[in-house]
Unconditional design. Structure first.
Length: 324
């Protein structure tokens, strides 16, 4: 009888353990970017619960979110397509299952008073976080104006410090994304946005990148997450609920809704239907594949990592295409 009781106890313990494993929520890291703050709509309006998927969103500074994913603390993280490559090449493999948005003006080159164009940067100091997406934006701006990196002096500055560095006069221009780019414009009277991601749509795609292990084990659950995203975007774009949606997003980052509305305007937040054209394989910025290849070339050229990545390994469009 004692042996039978021990066996039953062990069986029950195993069952509870298995149940606990099944009940474990999908852990998703996100940070301060409008295309990711939009997840807050789904959280606030309990859309995940309605869809029947258990998620746990964790708020980070951007770089810290990637570090947490690399450390195995998250199942997924919100990143740019270029940074997804960096994260994967350095050990934390990931697969992008969703395009949240592309930057449409929030990433900027902001110049000090008196500098009115990219060509005016010749011989000037530019503060930028070298090897990050702002660096790629700057190179694109220079190339479009018949210039190269050799025509400017780069000063490596963390993105969140760029407004103060521009205000101090240490550099003549900075590259940053919102809210840092907007802070630079406000902090330095007479400063000017001389180039932005609106000049090259598709240069920067923002994605939800999932660990291959979690995707393989929980594909049906991740499908639900993608469906919820589409519902949150619909809530944001519906005139009847847009004001409330913006208020929810603004509250997450502690900014007045009227001010935050401008940040949203600089981000092309995509419904699934709107994102579908960007899922086709093609060269150039109008495809997630082409844009990611350009980011890969940039990363290798700037010694971010040594070897070119296999782009197809980083993108899974099947979940988005299944929700047509």
């Amino acid at each position: 009888m004692a042996i039978k009781k021990m066996l039953m106890t062990g069986l029950l313990a195993s069952m509870f353990s298995a149940a606990g494993a099944i009940a474990e929520p999908l852990k998703i890291g996100y940070s301060d970017w409008p295309g990711w703050v939009a997840w807050e709509i789904a959280i606030e309006k309990q859309m995940f619960k309605a869809e029947g998927v258990d998620v746990q969103f964790e708020w980070f500074d951007y770089v810290a979110s990637m570090d947490a994913f690399a450390a195995g603390q998250l199942d997924a993280v919100a990143m740019t397509n270029g940074d997804a490559l960096v994260t994967g090449a350095t050990g934390a493999r990931n697969v992008s299952i969703l395009i949240n948005d592309y930057s449409n003006g929030n990433d900027m080159v902001v110049a000090a008073p008196g500098i009115k164009s990219v060509k005016d940067l010749k011989g000037k100091k530019v503060g930028v976080e070298i090897g990050f997406v702002g660096h790629l934006l700057l190179l694109n701006a220079l190339e479009k104006n018949g210039m190269s990196e050799a025509d400017v002096e780069l000063v490596n500055v963390p993105t969140n410090e760029t407004p103060q560095v521009l205000a101090s006069g240490q550099v003549d221009a900075i590259v940053a994304w919102q809210p840092n780019s907007g802070q630079a414009l406000s902090l330095v009277p007479g400063s000017t946005r001389i180039y932005s991601s609106a000049d090259e749509p598709g240069l920067i795609y923002d994605v939800l990148a999932v660990s291959p292990e979690s995707l393989a084990k929980n594909k049906a659950e991740w499908m639900k997450v993608v469906k919820v995203w589409d519902k949150a975007v619909a809530y944001l774009k519906d005139p009847a609920t847009r004001e409330e949606a913006i208020s929810i997003m603004a509250a997450r980052v502690g900014i007045a809704p009227a001010e935050y509305s401008a940040f949203i305007d600089g981000t092309k937040i995509l419904s699934i239907k709107e994102a579908l054209p960007f899922l086709e394989k093609a060269d150039g910025f109008k495809s997630i594949y082409g844009s990611t290849k350009i980011a890969d070339d940039f990363n290798v050229a700037n010694d971010v990592y040594p070897n070119a990545q296999v782009i197809d390994d980083y993108i899974d469009t099947s979940l988005m295409k299944a929700i047509k």
